[in-house]
Design a protein. Structure first.
Length: 560
């Protein structure tokens, strides 16, 4: 669960640190006080896109830090371990920094990560239900996702997706091969011509790099011989050569050695140097003697390299890649020559892979139907408690094996509802009013909570459009959800706020002609005042305070 949230220089928040606990945490405050900034901070820290507009005016950057306990987050701990980021078995630290240039950086346990990695980790830590969640509920894709989450068959879903991809690739290969076969005659003729052209020029048996080196040598034989002879003269052959100079120097030093024996070592060194010069000169002479211009060979090399460059331009490859191209062309030709056999093999593979997909998709349909029966019963019970006493709710699962395979199986999932007795259930998008849709959405979220592995849930004004006694039930349901996890609820309803185990007040304060948003934890007396404000507005009377006391007392009673 989330144990600490720290914000610095984000929008209207200069600095804020909240220590958080398990249970239902309600956040309240006047309209415009900045409750949404907490959602913004949480969203940014968990991987949402960022820009410089989030930075508080006058600041260089915005920073959000989250600290999570991993005691109730085994999947997050496993993700951290798999990605070599688990420094502490019990704690995970997330930091997001947004700079003035619009760039942002994300860190997990002090290691910089990509946004995708951050989002992958966040999916195992927090689940956010926004105030427009009921609008997503109208999409059939979202309805199927909710059913799958409730059913908990993610492993089977993965198998269906993998088998779909395997079938899709084989099917695409088969289509490509069939298309190639239809154009086969012209393509085969072209391939034969291209292969024959390269074979006649012996492209495969020649090494372009070796030919280039030899051509460079042959083109410069005259220069090499001339320059080599010059160096040979300078080293040994000329009367002023290095060898001759060393001989004269050695004679002089020998004369010194006759007078002073300690010069003998210098004579030896000069003799070694002269021997070295002689060895170098002899090797240089041998190499020059072996070298002679071969105009015919040079002409042949120029022609061969010209062939390489012409073919490389023709096939849009480098000269060094021509040999590899020839191998690929032969493979393509072989594929065309054995096209019928290959098509038959691929047809068998496609059918086998399709049958594998059908097996998994059929099993998925069966599990979806079983889960749909459980889910619709649970949701129907909840919407009746939420003020729709005659409400019916159906989760329809329709399998059509004739449709083209899809990654999520071949089922169409549709939620249907009847809010009034005597009316048949109809698709959710066609019959539910705004208030009914909000209640149905909340019922679905509550019904699927037990199947979720994340320890922290966030509900952002999901109780909008609800009031009266139903609002109290909503608060009770959220409190039930929070019994074994951490639940944040941003609300305007006093009935919901009274159910909180912890109460945070979001308010704007002015200091030094600047307006800032602050969040503070309310103790019982302060909480009583805030509930009274939510009940009676700006004017708080003894009657509203008494009503607030009653709400808080009832909310904390064991029967609640």
């Amino acid at each position: 669960m989330l144990t600490q949230l720290a914000i610095k220089d984000l929008a209207v928040v200069e600095s804020l640190t909240l220590d958080l606990e398990r249970g239902l945490i309600v956040l309240t405050g006047e309209t415009g006080a900045g409750k949404s900034i907490l959602m913004t901070a949480l969203g940014l820290a968990l991987g949402e896109r960022a820009d410089s507009g989030f930075i508080r005016p006058g600041a260089d950057k915005a920073e959000i830090n989250l600290e999570f306990s991993l005691a109730d987050a085994p999947e997050a701990r496993a993700w951290l371990m798999e990605n070599d980021m688990l420094d502490d078995e019990d704690v995970c630290l997330i930091r997001r920094v947004v700079s003035q240039d619009g760039r942002s950086r994300a860190f997990v346990n002090a290691r910089q990560v990509t946004l995708q990695a951050l989002q992958d980790l966040a999916s195992n830590l927090v689940e956010i239900h926004g105030q427009h969640a009921h609008l997503h509920l109208l999409k059939v894709t979202e309805q199927r996702r909710l059913l799958d989450d409730f059913a908990g068959h993610s492993a089977l879903l993965d198998t269906v997706r993998e088998r779909f991809e395997t079938w899709r690739k084989a099917h695409a290969d088969l289509d490509k091969l069939r298309q190639s076969a239809s154009d086969g005659a012209a393509r085969e003729e072209l391939l034969r011509f291209q292969i024959e052209e390269m074979e006649q020029l012996a492209i495969e048996s020649l090494d372009y790099e070796e030919l280039s080196q030899e051509q460079t040598l042959q083109a410069n034989v005259g220069k090499i011989l001339s320059l080599g002879q010059t160096q040979l003269d300078a080293l040994y052959d000329d009367e002023h050569s290095v060898n001759a100079t060393l001989s004269r120097a050695m004679a002089g030093v020998q004369e010194l050695a006759h007078l002073l024996p300690e010069f003998d070592t210098l004579v030896a060194q000069l003799r070694d140097a002269q021997i070295g010069i002689k060895d170098v000169s002899q090797e240089l002479r041998r190499r020059l003697d072996r070298m002679e211009a071969d105009p015919a060979r040079l002409g042949w090399l120029d022609d061969k390299l010209g062939d390489f460059h012409r073919l490389a331009r023709k096939h849009h490859v480098s000269p060094q890649d021509l040999s590899g191209l020839l191998t690929r062309l032969r493979a393509d030709l072989d594929g065309l020559e054995h096209g019928a056999e290959r098509i038959a093999e691929l047809e068998t593979q496609v059918e086998t892979k399709l049958e594998d997909y059908r097996t998994s998709a059929t099993e998925l349909s069966k599990l979806r139907r079983e889960a749909a029966a459980r889910l619709q019963t649970r949701i129907a019970e909840l919407i009746r408690e939420l003020g729709m006493p005659q409400g019916l709710f159906l989760v329809g699962v329709t399998a059509d094996e004739a449709v083209t395979p899809a990654p999520g199986g071949w089922d169409a999932v549709e939620f249907s509802v009847s809010a009034n007795p005597g009316l048949p259930p109809r698709p959710l998008a066609k019959v539910a009013s705004g208030g009914e849709l909000a209640r149905i959405s909340l019922a679905i979220q509550v019904a699927t909570t037990d199947t979720k592995s994340v320890a922290t849930l966030v509900f952002d004004e999901v109780d909008s459009g609800i009031g009266g006694g139903i609002a109290e039930i909503v608060g009770q349901k959220l409190k039930q959800v929070a019994r074994n996890r951490q639940v944040f609820c941003i609300t305007h309803l006093h009935q919901v706020a009274a159910q909180g185990d912890h109460h945070l007040l979001v308010e704007k304060v002015s200091r030094d002609d600047k307006t800032q948003t602050q969040v503070r934890r309310l103790e019982p007396p302060q909480r009583r005042q805030e509930i009274a404000r939510m009940l009676g507005g700006m004017k708080i009377t003894e009657q509203t305070l008494a009503h607030a006391d009653e709400l808080l007392t009832l909310a904390q009673s064991p029967a609640n």
